[in-house]
Write a protein that binds this ligand. Structure first.
Ligand SMILES: [Fe+2]
Length: 491
């Protein structure tokens, strides 16, 4: 492997840090690398062409008071494949907050588990005052540009996906929404559009928008909600966008006093807003279903009069407070997908009758579902879902779920080895939905390293097709994406 250090940062964190989300598989990195001629066990296939991108939470400074992993600074990782070769880069997202805190040498903003009044800067972003937009949640690629984003809304930071060269912030020609854009904008690979939403504590509490294939903000509407909500993800079909109003949100009474306390309201339904993709606010159709909180959707499609939406239903969105646990341990139960009981689930919205039906798709705990991107918004058969660890936030493998037969193929990594959100990369000339590769980064605590694993999506339990060594063990994180195709000749 040949490596070049792009930049190395001083960390202000203790060298013997024992915070569960700044140590072990979550130990942050301080170094940015470019690496090529990577050591490979097996062979990188010639028909694997594109870029696997991952965002991670990677803090460098102690918090003002209490650290939560979603406060960590965004660090992107990129591995690109072409001609049977791979190249790797990692870069901090140099957000405005990151730059200001590096200059100050201390945290200037409060974290999600801290009182906003602890912030030392008046500047703020997104939904909550006093918080930094860490741009650490998601990454998507639109019009050949990688965009990192934050779950509490904020800016979109632009990167060349092949090199991770920073390209500034997305401005949308001066029309970037004042309310920011939430993580989990959706890319329709077929139309070239990017669909997005944002949310906030001021009426109408949500907006929905479309950036078209030319990069123009082509559509932006109010989505009026009954009050402030905490939607995390959206979905789309060929003709509709689907937003949600789940009954877990900041307690309105506490919010009036400036406290941001998430609470589940089991007497309220889950509401789904079905919007024609370029529709007006008055065209939103609302459907009601059993109360839950859905972190992530898998896919959606149209079938006759019905819209079918797949996602992960939580049986216990608000895990019980256990008196034997510390404050932090109870807080982090909200990161344990087993405690929340997240399982694949299907909702059907009948546009003719207004009826909503729902059913569970599996008894197995899973989340963070990925699909072959060519099937986004269209009828599909396979999802590739993370297999969550129990008791904390980490992935022990991936489950390929066949929605036609119910068959589940479980790929479980060796004990002590953790996966990233695993993408499906269609093979060049792909002839079937699962004709391609599964790609993930590992955090290998046994060997103190990270690798990129390339598995056969059609036979995921076969020996890995390639195991590609990376320069250093990376920190765990949340989301990833796959950009299919070759680099533009200019890059
Ligand atoms: Fe997410």
């Amino acid at each position: 492997m040949k490596t070049q250090i792009h930049q190395r940062f001083e960390s202000g964190l203790p060298s013997d840090d024992d915070h569960p989300y700044r140590s072990g598989a979550w130990r942050p990195q301080q170094t940015e690398y470019d690496a090529w001629d990577l050591d490979v066990v097996g062979e990188i296939p010639d028909d694997l062409v594109g870029v696997y991108l991952r965002n991670t939470e990677n803090p460098l400074l102690p918090p003002v008071q209490r650290y939560h992993p979603f406060d960590g600074d965004g660090m992107l990782h990129s591995i690109s494949f072409a001609d049977g070769e791979a190249r790797y880069h990692n870069r901090f997202v140099r957000t405005d907050g990151f730059v200001a805190e590096r200059q100050a040498g201390e945290s200037l903003w409060a974290g999600i588990a801290e009182n906003p009044k602890l912030a030392k800067s008046d500047r703020g972003w997104g939904v909550r005052p006093g918080m930094k937009d860490a741009s650490s949640t998601d990454v998507v690629v639109h019009r050949g540009v990688a965009l990192s984003s934050f779950w509490l809304c904020g800016d979109l930071y632009r990167f060349d996906p092949w090199t991770l060269e920073a390209l500034g912030k997305e401005e949308l020609g001066g029309r970037f929404p004042a309310e920011g854009i939430s993580a989990h904008a959706k890319i329709d690979e077929r139309s070239g559009e990017m669909l997005f939403f944002n949310y906030g504590t001021q009426a109408p509490y949500m907006h929905y928008g479309v950036v078209d294939e030319r990069g123009e903000l082509a559509h932006y509407i109010d989505v009026p909600l009954p009050g402030p909500r905490l939607p995390h993800d959206m979905a789309f079909t060929e003709n509709f966008a689907i937003v949600n109003d789940c009954p877990m949100f900041w307690d309105p009474d506490a919010l009036r006093n400036g406290h941001y306390a998430t609470r589940f309201f089991p007497d309220l339904p889950t509401r789904f807003g079905v919007i024609p993709r370029r529709g007006a606010s008055h065209e939103i159709r609302w459907f009601e279903a059993a109360p839950t909180f859905v972190l992530h959707w898998i896919n959606a499609f149209e079938e006759g009069d019905e819209i079918v939406l797949d996602g992960f239903f939580q049986s216990t969105p608000s895990p019980e407070i256990l008196p034997e646990l510390s404050f932090d341990q109870n807080l982090f139960r909200y990161l344990d997908l087993h405690a929340m009981g997240a399982r694949p689930h299907r909702w059907r919205f009948n546009l003719a009758t207004g009826e909503c039906r729902e059913e569970s798709l599996s008894d197995r705990i899973m989340e963070f579902g990925m699909i072959n991107g060519q099937y986004g918004g269209r009828p599909y058969r396979y999802s590739y879902n993370a297999l969550p660890a129990e008791g904390w936030f980490g992935f022990e493998g991936v489950v390929k779920q066949d929605l036609a037969t119910g068959r589940e193929e479980v790929v479980r990594l060796p004990k002590g080895v953790y996966a990233s959100e695993t993408v499906m990369a269609p093979r060049l000339g792909s002839a079937a939905e699962d004709d391609g590769y599964l790609i993930t980064f590992t955090m290998d605590m046994n060997e103190n390293r990270s690798e990129c694993l390339v598995l056969d999506a059609a036979a995921p339990n076969d020996e890995p097709i390639a195991r590609i060594a990376l320069p250093e063990r990376m920190a765990s994180g949340t989301h990833a994406c796959w950009l299919p195709g070759s680099a533009p000749t200019s890059s």
